[in-house]
Design a protein around this ligand. Structure first.
Ligand SMILES: Nc1ncnc2c1ncn2[C@@H]1O[C@H](COP(=O)(O)OP(=O)(O)OP(=O)(O)O)[C@@H](O)[C@H]1O
Ligand SMILES: O=P(O)(O)OC[C@H]1O[C@H](OP(=O)(O)OP(=O)(O)O)[C@H](O)[C@@H]1O
Ligand SMILES: [Mg+2]
Length: 285
């Protein structure tokens, strides 16, 4: 039987969320701690546990068909590799930073300067576009220490909360790109495996849509129903069921999880009571 071959990070920031999203898609796999290759138990899929930085080459060579990988790594090393699903986790930026005492006014600061980074292609591309030429020092980790030990005048690295920069006396001065985990596809994927990919994409969409949504149930007096329903932008229109108590109804609907916080006060003011908000596991529109 043909199986789709997926690469996921062996260990690191993407590992757990990658396994979790497959699990939410109903695909159960081993966590890769001992085995570097595993077969899914209930989907035509083989999983390869690899270093994140090695994955673009495997995709280019067609050794794996798809991968869960940071968009930033695809931009750095994955020329010609496309993706069509953003997965909503591992959100970060790739930024330029300088010591906090530097009076930074523009990108011209970097002209002729030394920049330490694990993302040489991204930095070179960015600076070229701005007409700046700098000296790039490639280092594979602990990049933020480079200015402190006299190795560089600035750095380019991943920034999320900004706490690593702060602790190392640096400040972010340019955001070069924003990234999150994506489902990348090998340009060499076969037609047969593309069919399996379509099934997987359908399941991922259902999981991602559900993650954005909440199932809301509330009770309301019948004479307030119109107002309450107008506050609830649902999938189609809310379900309204009579309660045992005369003159009251139960209203059920699905709303975007952020939207809920915007309307909660208005719902209460309009007379809604006993409001329940529940997670949704899968959602097919
Ligand atoms: N602080 C962070 N916050 C959010 N996402 C991050 C952060 N650091 C990294 N990422 C994202 O997670 C991905 C994996 O990061 P991680 O540090 O686990 O791997 P790595 O050490 O770069 O790779 P490898 O698997 O090759 O050792 C990055 O490529 C990036 O997309
Ligand atoms: O803005 P922050 O929230 O501080 O996150 C940014 C840091 O996170 C990543 O390192 P990680 O912790 O993955 O360590 P690594 O260098 O060993 O990969 C990245 O390389 C930064 O150093
Ligand atoms: Mg890291």
């Amino acid at each position: 039987m043909t199986k789709i071959r997926i690469a996921i990070q062996k260990s690191g920031r993407l590992n757990e969320d990658s396994i979790e999203i497959l699990k939410n898609c109903g695909i159960s796999i081993d966590n890769g701690k001992d085995q570097l290759k595993a077969s899914a138990r209930n989907f035509p899929m083989e999983v390869f546990y690899l270093r994140n930085g090695d994955i673009p080459q495997y995709l280019k060579d067609g050794v794996v068909d798809i991968a869960i990988i940071g968009e930033n790594v695809l931009i750095e090393k994955g020329e010609g590799i496309g993706f069509d699903v953003r997965l909503g986790f591992s959100k970060c930026k790739v930024s330029l930073a300088v010591p906090k005492e530097v009076k930074y006014s523009s990108i011209n600061y970097f002209e002729g300067k030394r920049i330490a980074t694990s993302y040489p292609n991204t930095v070179k591309g960015y600076l070229k576009e701005k007409g700046i030429s700098a000296d790039i020092h490639i280092i594979n980790g602990s990049v933020e220490i480079a200015p402190n030990i006299g190795l560089a005048d600035g750095i380019c690295d991943i920034v999320s909360s900004g706490s690593t920069l702060f602790k190392n006396g640096l400040k972010e001065v340019e955001v070069m790109l924003k990234s999150e985990a994506v489902l990348a596809v090998s340009p060499k994927i076969s037609e047969e495996r593309k069919k399996i990919l379509t099934k997987l994409q359908f399941r991922i969409e259902a999981v991602l849509t559900a993650r954005q949504s909440k199932y809301v149930l509330l009770n309301a007096p019948n004479n307030k129903l119109d107002k309450i329903i107008s506050l609830l932008p649902g999938m189609r229109s809310p379900t309204v069921l009579p309660l045992a108590e005369e003159g009251w109804s139960s209203v059920h609907t699905v709303i975007n999880k952020n939207k809920f916080w915007e309307v909660i006060d208005e719902l209460k003011q309009a007379g809604a009571e006993g409001i329940l908000v529940c997670p949704i596991e899968k959602m097919v529109l």
